[in-house]
Design a protein around this ligand. Structure first.
Ligand SMILES: *Cc1c(COP(=O)(O)O)cnc(C)c1O
Length: 437
């Protein structure tokens, strides 16, 4: 797949180079130079999940990968179920949280881990900022992979205790930094390290954030699965998909799926109180800002990095973007109301899915059916879910075991130079060579 920079299409690269961490020199993000529009989507939708996912990724990446190798890689990465459940009348949930870290980030992280292992020619350092789930998924996906070490930055005190354990007690080739700052600070520090060419080359820096195009492409197949199942349940009705959004990587993948020909009436950009994008779509003016902390912490992003990709897909033009999207937001009070309302209908959901459902519910028009992305397992947000709904959420065994383990995060001020120094020390000490604890 030929990729170009969002800022200057004269900068180009291959999928493998982009996945490994090569960044455009102009400060932009890699995007597909063009996307085909497939004319056999109905036939694709008839395929089973694994076979269809392989087919989609082979079509996109077939110029760089042997089909059999990519096929094996995709089947191994996506070895957990994707479920679509009926919520009420015309609304369904696409459950993306049945992977090892219990959030949709497992799709991107597990695919990326295998792409990196297959493509790397020397040691790599996977560096990633997380608001909770990316770090957990990346640490789990790369744990124990030879020649790769992982460094995860998270805002101290702003991830759930369970998320903190998922990313900070694995040990082995993984390292966690608890940063005194916000997720946006973590992102800035990571970006600064990637912008340092010497550091990036010396450490073989690779990003596991959604600025990595491999993650976004791995998220395209489940949009096809969602539409296939909804059309089976409600034939002939237009489908609207609601995406609970923070950094807007997931929504960007949905727009790619739509550009490839997936029949989606509209995609709903659903945010919490961090309204950078809804405000932009309403007023036309784009104003990035500091994030505010909410219940749906993985969406606490005030300067969403993938918005640049979304804008690029529509040639920087707001009019077609506004017709492809609907949008809305939901504050913590409304999120709690949505969680209660869903519980009354028999569904226990965590705050991110609740935001998606609430905004979808307002955006749906008569005759349409809605699909919202349930991005995390309710067990990941126990401290909110259990007291609010008065339920017990059984913890999956893999997570219960983690709660017994000590957090081994390294505290770090929000300072990119200090991070760079720690990474160099780590590499010198051969962090990546230690066996998993
Ligand atoms: C990361 C995350 C989101 C936001 O996804 P983006 O691709 O950053 O917009 C939503 N929900 C959960 C549970 C997440 O972990």
């Amino acid at each position: 797949m030929r990729l170009v920079s969002t800022r200057d299409a004269r900068h180009t690269t291959t999928f493998a180079a982009a996945a490994l961490g090569h960044a455009p020199a102009d400060g932009g993000l890699w995007v597909p130079a063009s996307l085909p529009r497939w004319d056999d989507v109905p036939a694709l939708l008839d395929l089973p999940w694994a076979e269809r996912s392989c087919e989609i990724l082979c079509r996109l990446l077939g110029d760089e990968w042997e089909r059999s190798a990519l096929d094996a890689l995709v089947r191994e990465a996506f070895d957990f179920p994707v479920r679509v459940t009926a919520v009420e009348g015309s609304t369904h949930a696409l459950e993306l949280f049945h992977g090892p870290s219990l959030a949709f980030k497992d799709f991107g992280a597990r695919f990326l881990a295998r792409v990196v292992s297959a493509s790397a020619t020397g040691p790599r350092t996977v560096l990633t900022a997380t608001s909770g789930d990316t770090g957990a998924a990346a640490a789990a996906a790369f744990l124990g992979r030879a020649g790769v070490s992982v460094a995860v930055l998270y805002p101290r005190g702003r991830v759930t205790p369970l998320q903190e354990r998922q990313l900070a007690c694995l040990g082995g080739n993984t390292r966690a930094f608890a940063v005194d700052g916000s997720f946006d600070d973590c992102q800035r520090m990571v970006r600064a390290c990637f912008a340092d060419d010497r550091l990036a080359a010396d450490l073989g820096l690779t990003s596991a954030n959604s600025i990595n195009i491999a993650r976004l492409l791995a998220q395209v197949p489940y949009y096809f699965e969602g539409v296939a199942r909804v059309r089976e349940a409600q034939p002939g009705r237009p489908v609207v998909i609601s995406v609970p959004s923070g950094n807007f990587g997931n929504l960007c993948a949905g727009l790619y799926a739509r550009a490839l020909g997936l029949p989606v009436e509209a995609i709903v950009a659903a945010t919490n109180a961090n309204r950078t994008v809804p405000d932009h779509l309403e007023s036309g003016e784009y104003r990035a800002r500091e994030s505010v902390a909410t219940h749906s912490s993985a969406m606490d992003v005030g300067a969403p990095s993938n918005w640049e990709r979304v804008r690029h897909l529509f040639g920087g033009d707001l009019a077609p973007l506004r017709s492809a999207l609907r949008w809305g937001s939901c504050d913590d009070h409304e999120t709690e109301q949505a969680m209660r309302a869903l519980h009354a209908r028999g569904h226990v959901v965590e705050p991110h899915a609740a935001v998606a459902w609430r905004v979808l519910d307002r955006a749906l028009r008569p005759g349409e059916c809605g699909l919202y992305l349930a991005t995390a397992h309710p067990a990941k947000f126990l401290d909110l879910v259990e007291p609010l709904l008065g339920v017990r959420v059984p913890l999956p065994a893999s997570l219960a075991a983690l709660l017994e383990r000590p957090v081994r995060a390294e505290p770090l001020p929000a300072d990119a130079a200090l991070l760079a120094a720690r990474l160099r020390e780590g590499a010198a000490a051969g962090e990546g060579e230690r066996a998993p604890a």
